[in-house]
Design a protein around this ligand. Structure first.
Ligand code: SF4
Length: 382
């Protein structure tokens, strides 16, 4: 059994208005003790034998803010504790943090993939969202990464940023295609209580350019247009929010949707061993203190019941465009007879509504209804 390793770095230079992640802006002096705490956690996390780690993902937050030596130290700690036979070692980076020295040091440390938070190619949109980078920083960052030898880069865009228009969206997609990264993620703006922008929009206020948010229909059009253009450009749409050139799907992220085991290290990181989910303490300062005391940061152990596991198979698995093998699920969860019968009825109903498709034992979301996938999944799970 192989393992994915996720390392969380919960620090950012500033807080984006739309951010609903548990990350913070802290003094730079706190970066190094944090990196040391992660190394301690890695060393203490192995129990009995050294499992094989085949994907590593350092995310955040903005892990590219850390000193490259600290990131190298974290990868070295992983190699010391586990058999790292990684097919993919990803670092998340913000464009303005990439320098020639950092890009070279990341390569030398063993990173072979960088995921860049581009979000938009329009300075008005970037500024309103509280991003630190500007359009030119994205081109400069990609050039630096390619010069340093990175041959696997992912770019993120957000559909639904304040001030985004059909024209500006098409232009952002065009600029992304000019760069032609190996991998693309497109996220739909989430309006919820978890972010400053979300709260403002829900209260009907104007701060954070909440009044300039595109409508839900416009956002759905942006997404569908991107689906078309990325397909024309040769990208495979393999997950609701993710596209890749052939052979470039994110191996690490596939583990989440396939429910393969992964170990989360760092403050707030989540883990899954195939039957139990758990999370580390969220607060970064508390996380460092706990590790300095030689204790475990793990909490919130959640052993999954068969029903919860079945629900995960559906809401995680169906995010993959190719769908899931429902025949395998029926065999694996045969003990939930009544629930499976109920599921059959719901699948039939959603199929009749054109939201789900079946082909043999394969079950998938209808490709032309991905913008309403949440509604379909909610109805399926009841
Ligand atoms: S860079 Fe990412 S994690 Fe940091 S504040 Fe912005 S959206 Fe949140």
């Amino acid at each position: 059994m192989t393992l994915g390793a996720y390392i969380q770095v919960p620090f950012c230079q500033s807080k984006c208005t739309y951010c609903n992640f548990h990350t913070g802006v802290v003094a730079r002096e706190r970066y190094q003790p944090y990196a040391e705490a992660v190394c301690r956690e890695i060393a203490a996390s192995v129990s009995g034998g050294a499992p094989v780690v085949d994907t590593v993902y350092v995310g955040g937050g903005t892990p590219s803010l850390l000193d490259p030596a600290a990131l190298a130290h974290i990868l070295d700690a992983l190699r010391a504790a586990y058999r790292v036979e990684a097919e993919e070692i990803t670092l998340e980076a913000d464009p303005e943090t990439v320098t020639p020295a950092k890009a070279a040091a990341w390569r030398a440390a063993g990173f072979d993939r960088v995921s860049l938070g581009a979000q938009s190619f329009h300075d008005t949109e970037l500024r309103a969202a509280g991003r630190m980078h500007r359009r030119e920083d994205i081109f400069a960052a990609v050039d630096l990464l390619r010069t340093a030898g990175f041959r696997n880069t992912s770019l993120d865009l957000i559909a639904g940023l304040p001030h985004q228009t059909p024209k500006s969206w098409e232009e952002s997609v065009s600029q992304l295609l000019r760069i032609y990264p190996e991998h693309v993620s497109i996220y739909l703006m989430e309006i919820d209580e978890g972010s400053r922008l979300g709260r403002e929009a829900l209260e009907g206020g104007q701060r954070y350019s909440a009044g300039a948010l595109p409508s839900d229909d416009a956002m759905a059009d942006f997404y569908e247009s991107a689906c078309r253009r990325l397909a024309e450009a040769g990208y495979e749409h393999y997950e609701i929010s993710n596209w890749a050139l052939p052979g470039r799907r994110s191996r690490h992220n596939l583990k989440y949707w396939r429910r393969d085991p992964y170990l989360g290290l760092g403050a707030g990181a989540h883990s899954f061993d195939g039957s139990v989910r758990w999370a580390n303490v969220h607060d970064a300062a508390r996380y460092v203190r706990i590790l300095e005391q030689g204790s475990s940061p793990r909490e919130q152990f959640d052993p999954l019941t068969p029903l919860q596991a079945l629900q995960e198979e559906l809401f995680l698995g169906l995010r993959q465009i190719e769908g899931i093998d429902f025949g395998r699920i029926e065999r694996q969860y045969a003990e939930l007879g009544d629930r499976l019968a109920q599921l059959h009825e719901r699948i039939e109903r959603l199929r009749a509504q054109g939201l789900l498709q079946t082909e043999g034992t394969c079950l998938r979301l209808a490709p032309n209804k991905l913008t309403v996938s949440n509604e379909a999944l909610v109805e399926l799970l009841g």
